[in-house]
Write a protein that binds this ligand. Structure first.
Ligand code: CAA
Length: 296
């Protein structure tokens, strides 16, 4: 059976060959997808972050997860060793010089992302394709300081990266066909379902999640406890209650997604001061030593 060509997908023949992947950021999302790139593309992957401690933490996560795949019998020990050897960490952007696909998942702030790309453009070849994992910022604005913005595309993963099947490939107004085609071919190699979205606030999925989070946070602000809201909403067929999900993606990320939507569509999306206070507090759910939720 022939796979259906995703709507709006350009000719695969335009895709560029990827021989080395660069990942900017070594946090929760970046280290998860760095692992997926090395596993599915079988090419060297280099990760970077602000300092060596952050890089080491990301590398440790990737090596642990490779160990878990080996223990589960998903990969052989030879394969595990090969994958570990393909992943390196650096704090020197010059090590990105031979990367032909560079993707970032740094802090969700427009100015930071713009500067990250302006800096990386100094180091990579003019042919390299650049991607952002932003969850709700404008891809076009992220590329505003690039000399070649046509080689930037949105490539939005969902958490947990290993499990969630979707990637939103964001076709920004300046993104060219070769860049879009490269992103689609990579998504297929990662064995994800890719959809091509417009460069609009929240793309598609976060629009829906922001609606759920805004409404449920509002119910909490009106006095219904978190655990009651989670218990009430989860039976709609969701794998997690909205607040368990909020903790999974991170409270600061959730607050940011909500702010972006409220700023873009104030009449349609709630903002929540309470969510910002919780994000500062850093935690919503209480867990026991095994990670089970014991309270809110
Ligand atoms: N990393 C790797 N694998 C993971 C994982 C993680 N963080 N979390 C779970 N898994 C794997 C487990 O290893 C297990 O795999 P195997 O069967 O191969 O062993 C499998 O997923 C199922 O895990 P569990 O049995 O522990 O748990 P579960 O069945 O309750 O599923 C869940 C957990 C997959 C997280 C599920 O609850 C779920 O799908 N939740 C919703 C997640 C979601 O909506 N994500 C989108 C968030 S929005 C976002 O990320 C975008 C943004 O911009 C904010």
């Amino acid at each position: 059976k022939r796979a259906k060509k995703p709507a709006g997908a350009p000719d695969k023949a335009l895709a560029k060959r990827i021989t080395k992947v660069g990942v900017i950021g070594a946090g929760l999302m970046a280290s998860q997808f760095a692992l997926l790139f090395v596993r599915r593309l079988q090419v060297p992957v280099v990760i970077t972050d602000l300092d060596q401690a952050r890089v080491d933490k990301g590398l440790a996560y990737i090596r642990d997860e490779i160990g878990t795949l080996e223990q589960k019998g998903r990969i052989s020990s030879d394969e595990a060793n090969r994958l570990r050897a393909l992943v390196t960490g650096t704090t020197d952007k010059a090590d990105f010089a031979d990367c032909d696909w560079v993707i970032e998942a740094v802090f969700e702030e427009l100015g930071i992302k713009q500067d990250v790309f302006a800096e990386i453009e100094q180091h990579v070849s003019p042919e390299a394709v650049l991607a952002t994992n932003t969850s709700s910022l404008s891809v076009e604005q992220i590329g505003a300081k690039l000399a070649n913005p046509e080689r930037l595309v949105g490539f939005h993963f969902f958490n947990p990266v290993a499990v969630m099947p979707l990637i939103e490939v964001v076709n920004a107004p300046k993104t060219d066909e070769a860049t879009l085609s490269t992103a689609m071919v990579i998504a297929a190699k990662l064995r994800k379902n890719a959809v091509i979205t417009r460069d609009t606030p929240g793309f598609v999925v976060n629009r829906v999640l922001a609606k759920v989070l805004g409404e449920t946070m509002h119910a909490v602000d009106e006095g219904t406890p978190f655990e009651v809201v989670d218990e009430a909403v989860k039976p709609f067929g969701l794998p997690m209650g909205p607040f368990e999900l909020l903790e999974l993606v991170g409270l600061k990320v959730g607050a940011h997604v909500l702010d972006t939507h409220h700023a873009a569509f104030p009449e349609r999306f709630f903002a929540s001061d309470n969510l910002h206070r919780l994000a500062e507090h850093g935690k919503l759910l209480e867990r026991d030593g095994k990670g089970n939720v014991t309270g809110y």
